[in-house]
Ligand binder design. Structure first.
Ligand SMILES: [Zn+2]
Length: 207
């Protein structure tokens, strides 16, 4: 192994550990992918999707990018959503942001080099749409935290407007979209109470 041997060593140890616990582990995992959840989260290395919700390989379908953006014009994100909902039949789509998100913070700063500048525009637009509320907060820390939450809400709304989701709802399919935020300081998730299943009601969204 010429490059990054430590990662290959970690991998061998991990695979051996799994097999030691359960000799059929990989055979079973190959046979079926049936996650109940799609996770749309930030690429931030401190927010590892499976680990923070205690799910194993095979249990969470994951899409991550800077600032947990969901744009229906993004073929990458849309393909993930379509495959998760139509082929894998997930019951829950979770948009999870996090406090202290560097991507979201960039919305408060100056212009960056493309293509990142174009991406940060997602957060600038959310900031602009809520400028009055954000400006009323006492300091930058509070505004940054709130923008992280508002960004989750914007992305949840964006997921809910897609044909993939609305057509499932029109057919009476059970699919709930959730908005959560993760706190790096204590490792805890908070439900932003944005869950919707297309029936017009908000709340827990069921099991
Ligand atoms: Zn982030």
């Amino acid at each position: 192994m010429r490059h990054l041997p430590e990662l290959f060593a970690n991998n061998r140890a991990w695979a051996a550990g799994r097999v030691a616990e359960d000799p059929a582990y990989f055979r079973r995992l190959c046979g079926l992918q049936a996650p109940r959840y799609l996770w749309i989260g930030c690429a931030d290395s401190r927010v590892p999707a499976n680990q923070i919700v205690g799910l194993e390989p095979g249990e969470l379908f994951v899409h991550r990018n800077v600032g947990n953006v969901f744009d229906p014009a993004d073929a990458n994100a849309m393909s993930v959503l379509q495959y998760a909902v139509e082929a894998l039949d997930v019951a829950h789509v979770i948009v999870c942001g996090h406090y202290e998100c560097g991507g979201v913070q960039a919305a408060f700063g100056g212009a960056l080099k493309p293509p990142l500048e174009g991406w940060i525009d997602y957060f600038r637009r959310v900031r602009e749409a809520h400028r009055r509320e954000l400006d009323a907060l006492p300091g930058h820390e509070e505004r940054w935290r709130r923008l992280c939450e508002l960004n989750v809400a914007a992305q949840v709304a964006s997921v809910c407007r897609t044909d993939v989701v609305t057509s499932m709802w029109a057919r009476g399919k059970r699919l709930t979209v959730h908005g959560w935020i993760y706190d790096l300081t204590d490792g805890l998730l908070r439900d932003l109470d944005l869950s919707t299943d297309g029936s017009g009601s908000r709340g827990s969204g069921g099991a």
